[in-house]
Design a binder for this molecule. Structure first.
Ligand code: AMP
Length: 443
């Protein structure tokens, strides 16, 4: 199957081609023809399946007859509304709309809270056909009458399960009151709870249902591992893991406080890391995300805020520093790796108090997660008698002890990192090699 067989416009085929996509993903192959045919759609799609293009491409095609270059705001009413739970996801969908729609004169705006509302008001006043929004800020605009939704023909709920989890249902109801009854509606959700089914019944008309992966499962390209580790040793174990896997990694923690502290801990150990969570300013979140997405930042420590809407190609490694209390969050977290067919690794550090959480996750995955053993933490190894260390024959002829754990000189590593060593696979620019002295064994 090719994109042209899906009946897409030349402008959209050119955009897809520019991005280097050769064939549609399964969700795209199923969703695009149905949406083009004007059907309501209920899509069960996990993250990383290409669902954004699955609804964005046909949305753009449905709006293409209205595309125009007029300066008059009246010629650019809001015709499509995409609702998403977080600012990050809004920005990601908005970016997709811009990329896929770059050969069509359609205007789009990203509307989300935590930033000054005035520039958004200005943008809306000039006229936009496509609005990608979080429910809260959209409601602010509706109340201030800075947006009109009475000409919306196309409505998308992205990650609807998350919107419900985040308590957006009352906002969504109020937004629905402002939308025309006559419209096409598409709802995507990673998981299919009874609440989602109820919402779908209320909002969709005779929807077609598509499901590309089994419900509540994650991509097959992800390798899951747990490392059993008591809480006081988790930090050391994390440093050890990051030294073994030198690429980029996304580390999940439970609380905002833990997030900042863990990032500082990693920095003290010479690992370039930053924290992202809901208490950071919008600008800080932008900057950190940009640094991570472009490969300039190696490790991002995040709360679940970042679990959604963070689209990074080829992110190889996700670490759960603590298991999430809700097993569905595990799916969303690990869904940041193993995207679009790439291999991914998800390692969870699990202490005794997390046994129940682990059980719930394994139950949802339908299998036990294999356990991996880490070498004793670095501190314990250093405490071993010198004789035993040398028995490991780790010493090189010039006397350098390769068997000793890596002890970075923090300043030197940070300086190297500052020279923008890209940590991303595939980024061919400015490669800086940093030798990490390890145990000398194959990993
Ligand atoms: P999504 O599930 O929409 O977040 O998309 C996951 C990733 O897959 C994004 O980085 C997209 O750019 C990429 N992607 C989407 N469609 C395709 C495709 N047909 N071929 C290759 N990559 C794709």
């Amino acid at each position: 199957m090719t994109f042209s067989e899906l009946g897409l416009l030349p402008e959209l085929l050119a955009a897809v081609n520019d991005l280097g996509y050769t064939e549609p993903t399964p969700i795209q192959a199923q969703a695009i023809p149905r949406i083009l045919a004007g059907k309501d759609l209920l899509g069960a799609a996990q993250t990383g399946t290409g669902k954004t293009a699955g609804f964005t491409l046909p949305l753009l095609q449905r709006l293409a007859p209205h595309a125009n270059t007029s300066a008059s705001p009246a010629r650019h009413p809001v015709r499509a509304l995409v609702l998403a739970p977080t600012r990050e996801l809004v920005l990601q969908v908005y970016e997709s709309v811009r990329q896929y729609g770059k050969h069509l004169p359609l205007r789009a705006a990203a509307i989300y809270g935590g930033v000054d509302i005035k520039p958004q008001i200005e943008e809306l006043r000039r006229g936009v056909e496509i609005v990608v929004a979080t429910p809260g800020r959209l409601l602010d605009h509706l109340e201030q009458k800075t947006i009109q939704l009475n000409q919306v023909e196309f409505l998308v709920f992205d990650e609807a399960d998350r919107m419900l989890d985040m308590g957006f249902m009352p906002d969504i109801r109020r937004i629905m009151e402002r939308l025309p009854q006559q419209r096409q509606t598409v709802l995507f959700s990673a998981t299919f709870s009874p609440e989602i089914k109820k919402l779908a019944q209320q909002l969709l008309r005779e929807p077609e249902t598509i499901e590309v992966a089994q419900r509540n499962t994650v991509s097959e390209t992800i390798t899951h591992r747990i490392v059993r580790c008591e809480a006081p040793h988790k930090r050391e174990a994390l440093v050890e893991l990051l030294q073994r896997h030198p690429g980029q990694a996304l580390v999940f923690v439970d609380t905002k406080i833990a997030c900042g502290r863990l990032a500082s801990h990693l920095q003290r150990h010479g690992i370039q890391a930053e924290a992202i969570h809901g208490d950071k300013s919008q600008q800080q979140r932008f900057d950190v995300l940009e640094a991570f997405k472009s490969g300039r930042l190696r490790v991002l420590v995040a709360t679940d805020v970042a679990a959604r809407g963070l689209d990074i190609e080829e992110l190889p490694f996700v670490i759960n520093f603590a298991l999430p209390s809700n097993p569905e969050d595990y799916i969303h977290r690990v869904g940041r790796t193993g995207r679009a067919g790439h291999e991914g690794l998800a390692i969870s550090l699990v202490d005794a108090s997390e046994a129940e959480r682990l059980q719930a996750i394994e139950k949802m995955l339908g299998r036990a997660i294999p356990c991996e053993t880490l070498e004793p933490p670095a501190r314990e190894r250093r405490a071993e008698p010198a004789r035993r260390r040398s028995e490991r024959s780790g010493r090189s002829p010039d006397g350098f002890d390769f068997s000793r754990p890596y002890e970075p000189k923090a300043d030197a590593v940070l300086a190297a990192a500052k020279e923008a060593a890209p940590h991303r696979a595939g980024n061919k620019k400015a490669v800086v090699a940093v030798l990490l002295g390890g145990s000398g064994r194959a990993q």
